[in-house]
Design a protein around this ligand. Structure first.
Ligand SMILES: Nc1ncnc2c1ncn2[C@@H]1O[C@H](COP(=O)(O)OP(=O)(O)OP(=O)(O)O)[C@@H](O)[C@H]1O
Ligand SMILES: [Mg+2]
Length: 263
């Protein structure tokens, strides 16, 4: 882990996409072996890093959130909002249990219980909880969720939005977003190694191959480009289904993917 001038360990923010830990083409189908593999890699990386490493983990909702949220967005019924939340919590429980089994202390922070929004203006009350977890040496694990919204009643918040908020708030020194793709690919299927905010305006990126109510890859790139331009925090989009990529990200080994940076 990189040294900070005041010797405070820098924050790493890592998102594991729903496309990695669930089958997005199905409904409520988890990839338990992937959850386990990633938990083992996180455990290994944390055991090899110098003490004080601080990681905030976010995971996507995958097939435990997007199809359910789609139903909610149509009905706007509190019952469907609850179904969405309960469902994504199930996936979160699998992630937490798996991390604990691998010896990593982890604690869920459910956005529904920690975030209120007013349209696009989001009032996060999540910071204090994350802060406490980090101080206690516990990895806070957040996820895409349904949240209360002062204007709309409920709103869907994506794991990607949470990544950007957390990275800004905690001045993250490293941000990684893992999906089932090697990065952002161009029309020929080749990975684009670097994207700047100016590039994004000229690009046409697809959403998702499956149900994704929060904009898929297009919105992800847009949000990360905003993080780069507004806060000068770069990020890397990489393939988290590949054996050691999560480990490589955490221990600062060379990682293939798409870097999104301000210049
Ligand atoms: N140009 C592109 N490059 C890479 N992936 C793309 C591109 N256009 C569309 N995609 C799609 O984006 C998907 C990844 O985004 P998606 O939001 O579905 O996954 P995720 O963020 O891991 O899931 P979740 O939202 O549940 O966390 C890929 O599986 C791919 O189908
Ligand atoms: Mg998505």
């Amino acid at each position: 882990m990189k040294e900070h001038p005041d010797d405070v360990a820098g924050i790493y923010v890592l998102k594991i996409g729903g496309s990695v830990i669930s089958e997005k083409g199905a409904e409520r189908r988890a990839r338990k072996e992937e959850i386990r593999r990633i938990s083992e890699k996180i455990a290994l990386a944390l055991s090899t890093a110098r003490a004080g490493k601080k990681l905030i983990l976010v995971h996507g909702a995958g097939s435990y959130g997007h199809p359910q949220a789609k139903v909610y967005l149509k009905s706007r019924d509190a019952k469907d909002a609850l179904i969405t939340h309960e469902s994504v919590k199930e996936l979160n429980k699998m992630v937490i249990s798996s991390l604990m089994e691998c010896g990593v202390n982890a604690m869920p922070i459910h956005p529904l219980s920690a975030v209120v929004s007013k349209g696009l203006e989001i009032k996060y009350k999540i910071k204090e909880q994350i802060d406490m977890a980090l101080k206690m040496g516990i990895i806070p694990v957040l996820h895409g969720d349904v949240i209360f919204d002062e204007k709309e009643g409920f709103r869907i918040i994506s794991g990607d939005q949470l990544v950007v908020y957390i990275a800004k708030e905690f001045k993250a020194i490293k941000v990684g977003v893992g999906t089932d793709m090697d990065g952002v690919v161009n029309d020929n299927g080749a990975v684009i190694r670097k994207i700047t905010p100016e590039d994004v305006e000229k690009m046409s990126i697809g959403g998702s191959a499956h149900v994704d109510v929060t904009g898929g890859m297009r919105e992800k790139v847009y949000l990360l480009a905003k993080l780069a331009s507004e806060s000068n925090i770069p990020s890397i989009l990489f393939n988290a289904t590949k054996e050691s990529n999560v480990y490589k990200f955490l221990v600062d080994e060379t990682l293939f993917g798409t870097v999104i940076s301000s210049s």
